[in-house]
Structure formats: structure tokens, C-alpha cells
Design a binder for this molecule. Structure first.
Ligand code: ZN
Length: 478
């Protein structure tokens, strides 16, 4: 019980005062995750895993619509596979965790990502142009050993994700679909997670190891750090060459396929906590919340039976919102209110003896704290509307934060100052690795992306002064 009592105290720091500690407490106290015995690992607890399952369900539906099928590939990857694609091998070398046992006389590592092993099978499965496009996805864990400081959901060595892998006859289809998937990620972040993002392409220095192009959606966290929410990569024919992924075209001529890969991870849950949470704890947007509302019956001994019956009936009428009754005897209503606020459930519905008599209930919004007494017969409609309003409100609040904190810099000094102020900064940029490095050295900010759909302008790179047609986003990042 000692632990429960500690929970009741809620968060002991304010989001605006110590954001990092606030985040740690929100995740731990709401029971989303915990630190594992080995540094850099985490335990995802039932409430956190339920959110991940919601992410899986939502995205799986969209992937299936695109014709993507789920599969599963082995955890261990032979050393020779990594070595085949030089850039890929170089990029992931520091991240690999080798296991002590050799397999068939060869070193094997735990997958940091699965391009190599999956494409060795694509080479076997893809024969003719009729097999294309070939679309596959796997939901799994990956392990990347290098990690600076553990941050639950955001920086851990092992994390859960999905990795989509597709092969096409032409580069156009390959790039088009990489962008379609990125759009799905963008929609999911904005419409479901209520997190606004900016989309664009990564510079050469920031792209995925072995890719020809990396596309990304990035969000801005309340501490002014950018978070990469999802990426899709045009792999070109780099892996097709090394793994021999070929097909016979309609004329019977052997061709290499074009490939893309794409993924989002459990860090989306970290973003969700950071963007929407407040001093009372989590605020879960209705469309991702496993339960949209909790009914808390206000119990007195003499009216207990009537109140519980009414609460049960109300829950039945609201079943479509996965509503449940918190009828635990050992806790007071006040204790339960605090706990559900901490856990971020979108709506709380209170029903006590007086409400039963008057045929009403009280509906409380988690995002604004607003209370409304409504007739039981109107509860369904009120809940439905309130959930929509919460979803809209959370997105628009986050969007106005992003807009307010996105600024343009026209010089090296302006860039430095804006980064100092923890803004997402748009500046003319030549895109070179050298200029990116200079910015990182001076400000610790990195190039996040070159946003899509820019009109080419005659500007000068704020770092080197050479002509720059496009602007790039810069920010400190997770
Ligand atoms: Zn430059």
C-alpha cells in the first residue's frame, strides 16, 4: 500500500519549472514504464503497452489499406549481412550488440534494424514483375547499444517499433509510396495523437545509413527540442545490388528492384506525454485513449446499491467509448479523481445518490477541468461531443505552441539566438555536412529537415554565405 500512497501525492514538480523531472515522474507515476535492471532498458507497463497497442491498431489498419502484409524475421543477424552494404555497415557499427555465441562459425548481432536480413529473403521471394510491388512490415523490438542518457520511451537501447519494407519495379513508385507512408505518419500524429508535425527531407549528413533519401516528420516538444516522430527512406537500389534482389521485367530482362523502408517507434508515447501532459499528469487525446471515460460512483453505505446499479447502466449505454466503472471499495472518490487525472483519461463521469434521484450525472473534462451536469438520457451525446472537443482542443493548443515557437533566422547570429531561445528555426541552408557540423558545434542544434514544397529562393546559406535555394529547420533534439 505504501506505493499507492505515494501515487496519491501526484507529481511533485511543475512542467514549466523542471520539464525533464516532470516527464520522468509523469511516466513513472502514471504507470506507463519503469527502468529496467540494465541501464538503457525499460519495462513497458500495462498502461503504456495499451497505448502502444492503440498505435499498432491504428497504423496497421492504414498499412493493410496500402497492401502491406505483416511478417516476422529473426532477432539475430549474421555479421556478413551487415558488411554487404558499406554505408549501412558503417552507420550501424557502433550500435551493434554482438552475442557471445557464434552461429555456424560466424558472429551474430541483435538487429538494430532489419534491412539486411529481410532483403536476403526478398532476393529469394521476388522473381518477376508480377511479384511487384512487394510490401511487408514487421512489428518487433530492435537494439541500438549507443545511448547517452536513458529517457523512458525516448532514449533507450531497446525499443519497439514497426519497420516496413517494400520493393518496386521503378524508382518513381518507390519514392511515391515512401511519401505516401510519410503522409500516413503525419496524419496519425496530427489526427490521432493530436501532435502537429513538420515534414521534409533529411540532409545527407542526417539520413539513414544506406539510404538515398530520408523523409521525416518532426514535432517540437515543450522544452524546445525537436523529436523525430517517424521516417521513411528511399533506399534506391543500394540493398538490391548487395543482396541481389532482382526481377524479370515484362520483356524478360533481369532488373534490380527499388526499395523503401519506414518506421515509427514507442517514442511516439514519449511525445504524447510531453506534448499534452500537465501538472496533474497525463492528458491522453481521446482517439488514442484505450478508455475514453471512467465512471466514478460516489458511494455512501445507504445508497450504494442504487448508485452502483445506475453507474453500471450508464456504462452499458456508453460501451462504444470503452467506458468502465471504478467501483473499488478501498479508495475514496477523491483518491480516484486524482488517480484518473494522473493517468490522463479524457473524461471522468461522477454519479452519486443525488444524481441518481435527479436522473443525471456530472461529466468532467481532463483537458480543461470543466464540469457539466447532464441528464442521463443526454450522457451519450454529451460524451461524444466532449471527446471531439478535447481532441480538437489538444491539437490546437499544441499547434499554436508550434507556430509561436517556429521562427525564421536571416543570419548566423539570429540563428544562434533563436536556438538559444529554444525555437524551431527556419534558415537558408546549403545543406552541406560542413555547415551542419558548424551549427551543431556552436549551438548543439541539428538540421531537422528541409521542408517540402518550398519555392526556390535566391538566398544565402546563413553559415557559409554560398547560394542556398532552400531553407532548413534547425533545433536541439532528442
Ligand atoms: Zn552552407
Amino acid at each position: 500500500m505504501a506505493e499507492k500512497k505515494e501515487n496519491l501525492q501526484g507529481l511533485t514538480v511543475k512542467k514549466a519549472v523542471d520539464f525533464s523531472e516532470w516527464y520522468n515522474q509523469a511516466v513513472l507515476k502514471a504507470g506507463l514504464a519503469d527502468y529496467a535492471p540494465i541501464r538503457g532498458f525499460m519495462v513497458i507497463m500495462p498502461s503504456g503497452y495499451a497505448l502502444w497497442e492503440q498505435v499498432q491498431r491504428g497504423l496497421d489498419r492504414e498499412f493493410a489499406r496500402l497492401g502491406v502484409k505483416n511478417a516476422y524475421f529473426p532477432l539475430l543477424i549474421p555479421e556478413s549481412f551487415f558488411k554487404k552494404e558499406a554505408e549501412h555497415a558503417k552507420g550501424f557499427a557502433p550500435e551493434l550488440a554482438w552475442i557471445e555465441r557464434e552461429a555456424d562459425g560466424e558472429r551474430v548481432a541483435i538487429r538494430p534494424t532489419s534491412e539486411t536480413i529481410i532483403y536476403s529473403f526478398f532476393a529469394k521471394w521476388i522473381r518477376s514483375w508480377r511479384d511487384l510491388p512487394f510490401r511487408m512490415n514487421q512489428w518487433c523490438n530492435v537494439l541500438r547499444w549507443e545511448v547517452k542518457q536513458t529517457k523512458l520511451f525516448l532514449r533507450t537501447r531497446e525499443f519497439l517499433w514497426q519497420e516496413g519494407h517494400c520493393a518496386y519495379a521503378t524508382e518513381k513508385e518507390c519514392v511515391d509510396e515512401a511519401l505516401v507512408v510519410l503522409e500516413e505518419y503525419e496524419k496519425f500524429c496530427q489526427d490521432v495523437l493530436a501532435i502537429p508535425v513538420v515534414a521534409g527531407v533529411k540532409t545527407e549528413a542526417e539520413r539513414f545509413a544506406g539510404a538515398k533519401d530520408t523523409f521525416t516528420v518532426e514535432a517540437l516538444m515543450p522544452d524546445g527540442r525537436a523529436l523525430q516522430m517517424g521516417t521513411s527512406h528511399n533506399l534506391g537500389q543500394n540493398f538490391a545490388k548487395t543482396f541481389g534482389v532482382k526481377f524479370l521485367d515484362e520483356k524478360g530482362v533481369e532488373q534490380l528492384v527499388w526499395q523503401n523502408s519506414w518506421g515509427v517507434s514507442t517514442r511516439l508515447i514519449g511525445a504524447l506525454v510531453m506534448v499534452h501532459g500537465d501538472d496533474k499528469g497525463l492528458v491522453i487525446p481521446p482517439r488514442i485513449a484505450p478508455h475514453k471515460a471512467v465512471i466514478v460512483p460516489i458511494i455512501f453505505e445507504d445508497s450504494k446499491k442504487d448508485v452502483l446499479t445506475a453507474a453500471g447502466k450508464l456504462a452499458e449505454g456508453l460501451a462504444e467509448f470503452s467506458v468502465f466503472v471504478d467501483d473499488r471499495d478501498q479508495y475514496s472518490s477523491g483518491w480516484k479523481f486524482n488517480e484518473w487525472e494522473l493517468n490522463g483519461i479524457p473524461l471522468r463521469i461522477e454519479i452519486g445518490p443525488r444524481d441518481v434521484k435527479s436522473g443525471s450525472c456530472v461529466i468532467v473534462r481532463r483537458d480543461t477541468g470543466e464540469k457539466k451536469t447532464v441528464k442521463l438520457s443526454d450522457a451519450r451525446k454529451t460524451v461524444e461531443n466532449a471527446l471531439e472537443e478535447i481532441q480538437t482542443n489538444l491539437f490546437s493548443t499544441a499547434k499554436s505552441f508550434l507556430d509561436k515557437n517556429t521562427v525564421e533566422a536571416n543570419s548566423w547570429n539570429e540563428l544562434g539566438k533563436a536556438i538559444e531561445e529554444r525555437k524551431l528555426v527556419l534558415a537558408a541552408f546549403c545543406g552541406s555536412a560542413e555547415c551542419g557540423k558548424k551549427i551543431k558545434e556552436k549551438t548543439t542544434a541539428s538540421s531537422r529537415c528541409i521542408p517540402f514544397n518550398q519555392k526556390p529562393a535566391k538566398s544565402k546559406c546563413v553559415v557559409c554565405g554560398k547560394p542556398a535555394e532552400k531553407k532548413g529547420f534547425f533545433a536541439k533534439s532528442y
